[in-house]
Design a protein around this ligand. Structure first.
Ligand code: NZQ
Ligand code: ZN
Length: 388
């Protein structure tokens, strides 16, 4: 078991009407706020007006940047940083899902720097300071509301890259499950696939010495499996939305890792699909994960699959271990493709093998993915082929 440091400094206001604390939290950082958001869902559901009214009541000066796209582009970061510099912005208020929050993290960093924002990704330029970020989460999925990571796309180079820094951790996040009532079935499904993927990437690990965290991960996975169908059938079910929201934050805020070595194998493979084809992140993961798990199943890894199948899907422990493992993957596939109604193959979403080699190269960053099973470029190509 490795030593580790655990620190999640984000202050979380969880629940309905906690937004009433927004004014005082913003004022801790200053009077000039940049509100960032996406394509307008927050205008339609009334959240934007509610926020503006609270900020105005506190005499806060409001600037805004809208139009941040899913799979956010580096151009939004440049635009946001310019607004920050020109208007002495003190704090960024990101209202939305992972795309808005991720872009806002790099707007915050770029506002304090003169380098080209893409250098944070392509050249790993140091992030030495950033404006404070407050988030109002509207979609349970990425965990960006409570972590140090952001993922941005560069459409000119077909690259989608992640970067983290403790400078980027939101200072405060407002998690009101009612703000997710308007998320449609597809995005709810993709969000849940993403939450599950974050847990699975850590859970399927060769370091089995943290029983406590394995048990917590199993509980988190069962939470997603139990409550997603409820949220799909009844979008305003508070309990279901609340369970998904809190699971999304804890799936990827650093807690469940416990310093276990893991490589985000399925994520590296998926990010290339989003980069080349602009698909929804959670959909790509739902297609890849069962194939990746099948690919990694071997005598060395089978015990972990059994633990998963038995503890998460109640598979009969008396069966042959490979049968148990396969049944676990089947149950997970059923969840993705039947319960969540997500596509099963790349062909279904019109993706063929044209870029498999290029994508595999980028996924492996010219090296290998040293995860649960070490994956070479050839392995990644094989997994893409299994997804066709
Ligand atoms: O843009 P608007 O109009 O707001 O609509 C969005 C968007 O179309 C809509 N939506 C969000 N909240 C809504 C809503 N519609 C109705 N009602 C609401 N309350 O949902 C669509 C998708 O939004 P997006 O922010 O793109 O979704 P998500 O939260 O899944 O974020 C995905 C991005 O995060 C990255 C992904 O790669 C992807 O770029 N990730 C970030 C991570 C992190 N920071 O740690 C980790 C993840 O693994 C992931 O890579
Ligand atoms: Zn993800």
């Amino acid at each position: 078991m490795h030593n580790f440091v655990y620190e999640i400094p984000t202050k979380v206001y969880f629940g309905q009407d906690q937004i009433n604390n927004l004014g005082k939290e913003v004022l801790k950082y200053g009077k000039n706020v940049l509100i960032t958001y996406g394509g307008g869902s927050i205008i339609k559901n009334g959240l934007y007006d509610k926020v503006v009214s609270i900020l105005k009541n506190h005499d806060i000066n409001i600037y805004k940047l809208s139009g941040i796209k899913p799979n956010p582009r580096i151009e939004s970061v440049k635009e946001g940083a310019k607004i920050c510099k020109e208007n002495n912005i003190d704090v960024i208020l990101a209202i939305g899902g992972g795309s808005t929050i991720d872009a806002s993290k790099f707007i915050a960093a770029s506002a304090c720097s003169d380098i080209d924002p893409w250098d944070f990704f392509s050249k790993k330029a140091p992030i030495t300071s950033a404006l404070p970020i407050i988030t109002i989460l509207t979609l349970a999925a990425t965990g960006s509301e409570m972590n140090s990571t952001g993922v941005l796309s560069n459409t000119q180079t077909n690259q989608k890259m992640g970067r983290d820094s403790e400078m980027l951790i939101p200072k405060v996040s407002f998690l009101d499950p009612t703000n997710t009532f308007t998320v449609d079935k597809y995005q709810t499904a993709c969000g849940s696939a993403d939450i599950l993927a974050h847990i699975i990437e850590v859970y399927f690990n060769n370091e089995n010495d943290l029983y406590m965290l394995d048990s917590i991960m199993e509980a988190l996975m069962k939470t997603v499996i139990k409550f997603t169908p409820i949220a799909l059938n009844k979008p305003d079910d508070y309990t279901a939305r609340a369970n998904l929201m809190w699971a999304s934050s804890w799936a990827i805020n650093g807690f469940i890792d416990g310093a276990k070595q893991h490589s985000w194998s399925a994520h590296s493979i998926e990010h290339q699909l989003s980069a080349y084809y602009d698909i929804t992140h959670g959909l790509g993961l739902a297609i890849i994960i069962p194939k990746w798990l099948n690919y990694c199943l071997s005598e060395n890894t089978v015990d972990k699959y059994c633990q998963f199948a038995i503890n998460v899907f109640n598979i009969n422990p008396n069966l042959d271990k490979f049968e148990i493992a396969k049944l676990g993957i089947e149950k997970l596939s059923d969840f993705f493709y039947s319960t969540l109604n997500l596509n099963k193959t790349l062909s279904e979403i019109n993706i063929d093998d044209t870029y498999f080699e290029e994508m595999a190269k980028k996924a492996c960053k010219g090296d290998k993915i040293n995860g649960f099973k070490t994956l070479t470029e050839t392995d990644v190509i094989n997994i893409y082929k299994m997804c066709l």
